[in-house]
Design a protein around this ligand. Structure first.
Ligand code: GDP
Ligand code: MG
Length: 178
């Protein structure tokens, strides 16, 4: 169910969770369209976007990305959104301790109610705002390690580590045995 299609062409549902304003929509737009629009306040365009990447072993991975239209504000709606997701990307803003606390809430929620084999990635976004940093790299790293998650800091603004985020997720997907 999670990895539809054949062993060379994987298709995965990926959801993004995290506080409003941490940059979830900007990460998706940077990855899918290569754009960053600093003026866009609301979730831009479709709430569903897809992007395919090729790995070195010639496997292709089609990410079906679900970006919330603000449902992150309503915890009760979240299960509808992450149901069946193979991957959950939990995003915080490195300049906001509150958003880091909220990310930890989402990790616990996904561990309790997500698919048992879900891949969780922890992302510290807005890494370009170094002078405003409130959450250290070490805090992110340690929390992710404790919870068996992949961790990376990104900037949707500068594009730093955005492709790397999705490539690392792709490498961690279980491959169907043939
Ligand atoms: P969402 O509510 O999590 O989807 O957050 P958005 O993607 O709408 O982004 C919220 C705000 O943060 C917008 O004003 C973006 O321009 C800004 N933003 C998003 N990513 C970055 C980033 O990597 N660096 C900086 N400096 N600003 C960002
Ligand atoms: Mg958004």
């Amino acid at each position: 169910e999670n990895n539809a299609a054949d062993s060379k062409n994987l298709r995965v549902k990926l959801v993004l969770l995290g506080d409003s304003g941490v940059g979830k929509s900007c990460i998706v737009l940077r990855f899918v369209r290569g754009q960053f629009d600093p003026t866009s306040k609301v979730t831009v365009g479709a709430s569903f976007l897809s992007q395919t990447i090729a790995l070195q072993d010639s496997t292709t991975v089609k990410f079906e990305i679900w970006d919330t239209a603000g449902q992150e504000r309503y915890a009760a709606l979240a299960p509808l959104y992450y149901r069946g997701a193979a991957v959950a990307v939990i995003v915080y803003d490195i300049t906001s301790s509150d958003s880091f606390a909220k990310a930890q809430y989402w990790v616990k929620e996904l561990q309790k109610h997500g698919s048992p084999d879900i891949i969780l990635a922890l992302v510290g976004n807005k890494a370009d705002l170094l002078e405003k940093r409130k959450v250290s790299v070490q805090d992110g790293t340690e929390y992710a390690e404790k919870n068996g998650m992949f961790f990376i800091e990104t900037s949707a603004k500068t594009a730093d580590n955005i492709n790397e985020l999705f490539e690392e997720i792709a490498k961690r997907l279980p491959r169907p045995t043939s």
